[in-house]
Design a protein around this ligand. Structure first.
Ligand code: ZN
Ligand code: ZN
Length: 444
C-alpha cells in the first residue's frame, strides 16, 4: 500500500515536471534571443574586463601539459567566487565544474589549459614571464572564455534545464589530456560536448566548422638507425647510417605519393634528423622522428604499419639496423576529430542567431589534430573555430608561432557562444534526450 502511494506520488511528480516543462518551454523567438542576450552580457565592460584580466594572468604564467597547477588554481578560485561546485583534481590538474539541476541531460563545454615550450617573441605588457614557455595556441583565451561562459550561465541559471559540465582539461598539446580526463570516469554521463578554438586564420565575427571529420588522426614516431661509424674518407669500412636515414626519408614520402589513394588525405613528415657532429666522421647512428596523419582509422593503422616496415627494411638495404618507437605513453595517438551531424545543425542554428547565418562558415578538413577527438569517440561532440583575425589589431601569425597574438575582442564571443550552444542544447533536446543514463550529480 505504502509502495503504491509512493509510485503514485512519483508518477504525479513526473507529470507535474513534464507539464512544467511544457509550460516553461521557451518559444522560438525566446530561444533565438538567448545568444544575443548572452553576448551583450559578455561584452559588458565588467564581464569583458574580468575575462581579459584572467587571460592576461594566464598568459604571463604559461604552464606545460599536466603542469598547469597555477592555472588550475586560478580556475578553481574563480569557480569558488561564482559559487560553482567542481571536481578536482581530475587527470592531475583538470577541473570539472557543474551548473544546473544535477540531473540529465548533461552537456559539456571544454577548454584546454596548457601552453607550449616556446620563447615568446611578442613584446607587450603581458608577455610570458617564464623563459621558453608561451601560450601560442590561444589556450589562455579558451580558459578565460570558459570561465566567462560559467559566469553567463550562473547569471542565467533559470534557463538551465539539466546540467552543464565545465571541462577545464590539461595537456592538449600532444599529451592527450582529454584521454586522461575520460579515463577518470568523471565525464561518463555526458550526452554531448562542445569545444571551441580561436583561429588566427579566419576574420573576427565569423565561426567556422563542418560536420563529420574536421581534424586528422595523428601519431608520432621516432627511429634509431644504427650502422657502423668510421672515417669519412673510407666509407667502404663503414655502414653509413646517414645514407640509410636519407633513403628511409625518401621512401617514407613514397608511402603517400605511391601507396595512398590521392583522394584519401594523409601525411608523413620527418621533422627531426639527428646524427653526426663532425665533417670527417661517419657516425654510428642517426635518429629521425616525425608525425603521420590520416582521416580514417584504417588508413592510420596501415600507415603506421608501413612506416615500421619501410624504416626497418630500407635500413637493411644499407646494411644498417633500425628500431621504431611510437612513444604512445607520452604522445598518445589522437583519433580523427569527428563532428556529430545533429550537433553541427544545432551549432549552425545558435551561431546563426548570434552572428547572422552568413558569418557561420563551412571549412575543409584540416590535417591538424586535437585531443578533443577522444571526447568525440566517447559521446557526440562538436568542435569549431572562432575567427579573431583583425589586421587593425595586429599581425596574426598561425598557432605555435613565437609571434602569435590573440585578439581579446574574441573572448566574449567565444564565452557567449559556448554558453548559448549548451543552454539551448538543454532547452531544445531535454524532452527527447536519450541520456537518461541514470546518473546524477550529488555535488548540486
Ligand atoms: Zn596548439
Ligand atoms: Zn590549440
Amino acid at each position: 500500500m505504502a509502495l503504491r502511494c509512493c509510485l503514485n506520488l512519483i508518477l504525479f511528480s513526473m507529470c507535474l515536471c513534464y507539464a512544467q516543462f511544457l509550460c516553461s518551454s521557451p518559444i522560438p523567438e525566446e530561444l533565438s534571443q538567448i545568444p544575443l542576450n548572452f553576448l551583450q552580457y559578455a561584452k559588458s565592460p565588467e564581464v569583458f574586463d574580468w575575462m581579459v584580466d584572467i587571460r592576461r594572468k594566464i598568459h604571463e604564467n604559461p604552464e606545460l601539459g599536466f603542469e598547469e597547477f597555477e592555472t588550475s588554481k586560478l580556475v578553481r578560485a574563480e569557480l569558488d567566487r561564482l559559487g560553482i561546485s567542481y571536481e578536482y583534481p581530475v587527470a592531475i590538474t583538470g577541473v570539472v565544474g557543474f551548473i544546473g539541476t544535477g540531473n540529465p541531460p548533461f552537456v559539456a563545454i571544454r577548454a584546454d589549459m596548457d601552453a607550449l615550450a616556446l620563447q615568446e617573441g611578442v613584446a607587450w605588457e603581458h608577455k610570458s614571464k617564464v623563459p621558453g614557455k608561451m601560450h601560442a595556441c590561444g589556450h589562455d583565451a579558451h580558459v578565460a572564455m570558459l570561465l566567462g561562459a560559467a559566469k553567463i550561465l550562473v547569471e542565467h541559471r533559470h534557463l538551465i534545464q539539466g546540467t552543464l559540465v565545465l571541462v577545464f582539461q590539461p595537456a592538449e598539446e600532444g599529451g592527450g589530456g582529454a584521454k586522461k580526463m575520460l579515463e577518470t570516469g568523471v565525464l561518463n554521463n555526458v550526452d554531448a560536448i562542445f569545444g571551441a578554438h580561436v583561429s588566427a586564420k579566419y576574420p573576427f565575427g565569423m565561426v567556422i566548422s563542418r560536420p563529420g571529420p574536421i581534424l586528422a588522426a595523428s601519431g608520432f614516431f621516432e627511429a634509431v638507425i644504427s650502422g657502423k661509424g668510421g672515417h669519412a674518407a673510407l666509407p667502404h669500412h663503414t655502414f653509413d647510417p646517414i645514407l640509410a636515414a636519407s633513403n628511409i626519408i625518401i621512401s617514407l614520402q613514397q608511402l603517400i605519393s605511391r601507396e595512398t589513394d590521392p583522394l584519401d588525405s594523409q601525411v608523413v613528415t620527418v621533422a627531426k634528423f639527428q646524427g653526426g657532429d663532425a665533417f670527417n666522421v661517419i657516425p654510428d647512428s642517426v635518429t629521425i622522428g616525425g608525425t603521420f596523419r590520416a582521416f580514417s582509422k584504417e588508413s592510420f593503422i596501415q600507415l603506421k604499419h608501413r612506416i615500421v616496415e619501410v624504416i626497418t627494411k630500407q635500413a637493411n638495404v644499407q646494411r644498417c639496423n633500425a628500431t621504431v618507437e611510437f612513444n604512445e605513453d607520452q604522445k598518445p595517438f589522437f583519433p580523427v576529430t569527428l563532428n556529430d551531424q545533429d550537433l553541427y545543425e544545432h551549432f549552425r542554428a545558435v551561431a546563426g542567431d548570434m552572428l547572422g547565418s552568413k558569418n557561420v562558415l563551412d571549412m575543409q578538413p584540416l590535417m591538424g589534430a586535437e585531443d578533443f577527438a577522444f571526447y568525440c569517440e566517447a559521446f557526440p561532440g562538436f568542435f569549431y573555430f572562432v575567427g579573431m583575425k583583425n589586421e587593425t589589431v595586429g599581425k596574426f601569425e598561425p598557432g605555435h608561432s613565437p609571434y602569435y597574438i590573440v585578439n581579446e575582442d574574441v573572448i566574449p564571443y567565444g564565452a557567449a557562444l559556448q554558453a548559448s550552444i549548451a543552454t539551448r542544447y538543454l532547452l531544445e533536446y531535454s524532452p527527447k534526450s536519450t541520456s537518461t543514463k541514470g546518473y546524477s550529480r550529488d555535488e548540486l
